[in-house]
Design a protein around this ligand. Structure first.
Ligand code: NAI
Ligand code: MG
Length: 355
């Protein structure tokens, strides 16, 4: 079967890591003996496109993407465009309109890669952060200039939205995922002592849903305490479910604890499959290293593995993850994880491992 994929490299290192992913996926397909193939269409959207057109993507961009089997995304953002415009104009536009309400972000130790935490002798780090990806703090609700009193007295409001439906579906998703993992545990994260409406609703829904999964261990942890727990007791976590903002922050912390932001993979899923899902590394466009061949492609390649899972090719996904790990373990690593290899050298080594 041929899977039609829309590639949207967008900005900065996004271009380098999406190129790496395409190369590796094409190598997998070439070795499949015709069992599957990938048909790529690349869309040149992002901050460069904005400079030419005043938009991050065309007005009919979502229509152009709608019929693909998946979207493979790089990263969006460049100093020439305010970050809230570039992010809302492209990535959040796609996530929100394609109802990609579940953002799955695995975090684990990788063979051959040390980290501040790993040096401290923790042997286990294998989590999935499940991020509510459609509402919460990133619902886009609020406004500027609400005081009406002009410069110097501005009042801005940024409202977080929590619906019972939105909380329930992401929490159920987390429990269903936990059931498939060696450690059947879900940790729910809020700040419901300080945020007394939406987050208390979340906590109540969590308790109610948990009753349907008596075989899954649970805990509710405040986000500040969870940040500490990530560092101090990582072996005690399996699935961590949190709101949009909290999970965004925690998953960056998680990838740093694993060794680098460049390692972290993610899937923005529309679990009902009414719209295409989107696979992207967790990191941003990294303007500080862009265009120099220094980007670690592991996060983008791990995202490609999540895409293979989504396509119903779990054995291929495992092969790809093993090849990424074997490459790092062989000492072929980018500078962010202590090596000297270029992006393309990692890519070539992963392809060779797959061979
Ligand atoms: P960033 O993730 O781009 O970079 C943070 C640090 O991590 C930098 O030192 C960078 O060099 C390093 N890093 C990131 N990816 C790496 C990789 N693959 N290999 C090696 N090192 C890597 O975050 P930052 O600097 O806050 O944001 C830069 C731009 O990216 C901004 O415009 C921001 O809005 C955007 N952004 C976009 C995201 C997305 O498209 N999903 C997510 C986060 C930020
Ligand atoms: Mg982030």
């Amino acid at each position: 079967r041929t899977f039609r994929i829309a590639a949207i490299p967008a900005d900065g290192v996004g271009e380098e890591v999406v190129a790496a992913g395409r190369t590796v996926l094409d190598a997998l397909a070439a070795g499949s003996g015709g069992a599957f193939a990938f048909d790529w269409t690349e869309f040149p959207w992002g901050c460069g496109y904005y400079a030419e057109t005043g938009r991050m993507m065309p007005a009919d961009g979502l229509e152009q993407l709608r019929d693909f089997d998946a979207l493979y995304f790089g990263a969006v953002g460049w100093p020439s465009v305010p970050d809230h415009i570039s992010l809302w104009g492209l990535r959040l536009n796609i996530c929100q309109n394609f109802d990609q309400w579940a953002n799955v972000r695995p975090v684990r130790f990788h063979p051959g890669i040390t980290s501040p935490l790993r040096k401290a002798d923790h042997t286990e780090l294998d989590w999935v952060v499940v991020r509510e990806n459609s509402e919460g703090e990133y619902a886009g609700l609020g406004g500027r200039n609400l005081s009406g009193r002009g410069p110097g007295n501005e009042v801005a409001l940024q409202t977080a939205l929590f619906t019972e439906h939105g909380c329930e579906r992401i929490i159920r998703f987390a429990f269903d995922l936990a059931r498939q993992r060696p450690r059947k545990k879900v940790s729910s994260v809020t700040k419901s002592n300080a945020q007394q409406y939406g987050m208390v609703l979340w906590d109540e829904v969590f308790e109610r849903v948990a009753a349907d999964y008596p075989d899954v261990e649970t805990e509710s942890v405040l986000v500040d305490a969870m940040a500490a727990k990530f560092v101090l007791k990582p072996e005690d976590l399996s699935v961590v479910v949190a709101s949009n903002l909290n999970a965004d922050i925690l998953s960056d912390l998680g990838s740093a604890l694993a060794g680098s932001l460049g390692l972290a993979a993610s899937a923005n899923l529309n679990p009902e499959r009414r719209f295409p899902s989107m696979f992207e590394p967790v990191h941003g466009s990294a303007p500080d290293i862009a265009g120099q061949g220094l980007a670690n492609p592991a996060g983008a390649l791990g995202s490609a593995a999540l895409m293979l899972d989504h396509f119903g090719l779990p054995a291929e996904a495992t092969r790809l993850r093993d090849a990424i790990d074997a490459t790092a373990a062989a000492g072929i690593r980018t500078p962010d994880v202590g090596g000297t290899a270029k992006t393309t050298e990692i890519t070539d080594a992963v392809v060779a491992e797959l061979g």
